[in-house]
Design a protein around this ligand. Structure first.
Ligand SMILES: *Cc1c(COP(=O)(O)O)cnc(C)c1O
Length: 396
């Protein structure tokens, strides 16, 4: 089945990559190989497997057939050299950082990264001698100015969380490579359906599959997708030794959710395309930021590097934090919860939730105002989403 999948359309790849029939039983759905270890026929075979002379499984932390299907599926859509599935998105990030940085190295990152991503670099990797500088990576001069001779990794999230500010991936890849550094992109907000950073010259992509890729708000998981075999083999041993692997049953659940990624992302996006201008024209709304709006200062970049504006919108209710809180306390269909990319509409307040661990001045510098609200538009009927937001705004 998979012989020409590389050249197939995206929806076909999404449904079939990693989903080949298991001919030992004929099972069309992938079997869950729930085992921690794999038997060898004799000592010679065990030795051959460990030495890499024979292909085959050894121990689930180092690889498992159900997990391998998921790695193949996501990597195919991203156009990667392979995938390394992890127990969470943070495990995917830590695997990349641990594999690609040494003591004395320097990292340049987007200032409004997912909160814990920035915190682990500044709080914890600093303890091992890794320096970092966080800048507005939408400003290419700021990226250039932050580069040092010891900069080994540039890490961007675009659109960034939760400011919806975009970074020009191809331009930043060029700057990173001119300085001998690699570019890592967190593609969680888009999924490969609307953005494929490896095609834009990024070196490694990471995902929190907890979000769009699984899409059903029921599994925490992550993935690292290197763009070359060389990088895949450089990161793989760190992935083993860090113990960042996922469980076969978890992999099966994500594979199940992944099959409808293309359908879900497009449905969420269709709704967001209607929600954003409606919010923008609402008298109680101060501002709206959405890549699909002409008012977004980077609307042209969104058109250039994304296949659609996505489903994440940030906005501020007039009256600041107090009015915003009254609005959030009154939503009924939308769920007040962190996370994003699920089939249901989720809404949250970054300053008191996902980015609360960030000191206030750092948060403001990163463009996260106290009244900013982030909505991940789901797949419900647009009219119901609108009616709910409308009634909640009446309380603001
Ligand atoms: C959620 C998220 C993460 C972390 O992923 P977990 O699966 O929660 O560990 C990293 N980056 C972004 C952009 C996220 O939204």
């Amino acid at each position: 089945m998979s012989h020409d999948l590389k050249n197939a359309g995206q929806a076909t790849q999404n449904i079939h990559a990693g989903q080949h029939t298991d001919w030992t039983t004929g099972s069309v759905a992938p079997p869950i190989i729930q085992t921690s270890t794999f038997a060898f026929k004799n000592c010679a075979q065990g030795a051959d497997r460990f030495a890499g002379r024979e292909e085959g499984y050894i121990y689930t932390r180092m690889g498992n057939p159900t997990i391998a299907r998921l790695e193949e599926a996501v990597s195919t859509l991203e156009g990667g050299a392979g995938g390394l599935a992890t127990g969470s998105g943070m495990a995917a990030l830590n695997t990349c950082l641990f594999a690609l940085l040494n003591a004395g190295d320097h990292l340049v990152g987007t200032h409004s990264l997912y909160g814990p991503s920035r915190m682990v670099i500044e709080r914890d990797f600093s303890r091992f001698g890794v320096q970092s500088t966080f800048v507005d990576t939408s400003d290419l001069d700021a990226v250039r100015a932050a580069m040092r001779p010891e900069t080994k990794l540039v890490f961007v999230e675009t659109p960034a969380n939760p400011t919806i500010v975009m970074t020009d991936i191809a331009a930043v890849a060029k700057i990173a490579h001119e300085h001998g550094a690699l570019l890592l992109v967190d593609n969680t907000f888009c999924s490969p359906i609307i953005q494929r950073p490896l095609e834009l010259d990024a070196d490694v992509v990471m995902h929190s599959m907890t979000k769009f890729i699984n899409g059903h708000t029921d599994v925490v998981s992550g993935m690292v997708i290197p763009g070359s075999k060389e990088l895949l083999e450089r990161i793989r041993p760190v992935h083993y030794f860090l113990g960042a692997c996922m469980d076969p049953h978890q992999a099966w659940l994500v594979l199940r959710g992944f099959k409808t990624l293309s359908l879900r992302v497009k449905a969420c996006q269709e709704n967001a395309i209607q929600v954003a201008p409606w919010l923008e024209s609402h008298p109680k709304i101060e501002w709206v930021r959405f890549p699909g709006l002409e008012s977004h200062p980077q609307h042209a970049l969104a058109k250039k590097q994304m296949d659609g504006p996505g489903a994440l919108i940030s906005f501020e209710v007039k009256g600041g934090l107090e009015a915003g809180t009254r609005f959030l306390d009154n939503v009924k269909l939308a769920t007040l919860a962190v996370s994003l990319g699920g089939i249901e509409t989720l809404i949250q307040h970054p300053a008191s939730m996902t980015h609360a661990a960030m000191p206030a001045d750092m948060r403001h510098k990163a463009g996260i105002s106290d009244g900013l609200v982030r909505i991940s538009v789901g797949c419900e009927d647009f009219v119901d989403i609108k009616t709910d937001l409308e009634q909640a705004l009446n309380h603001a």
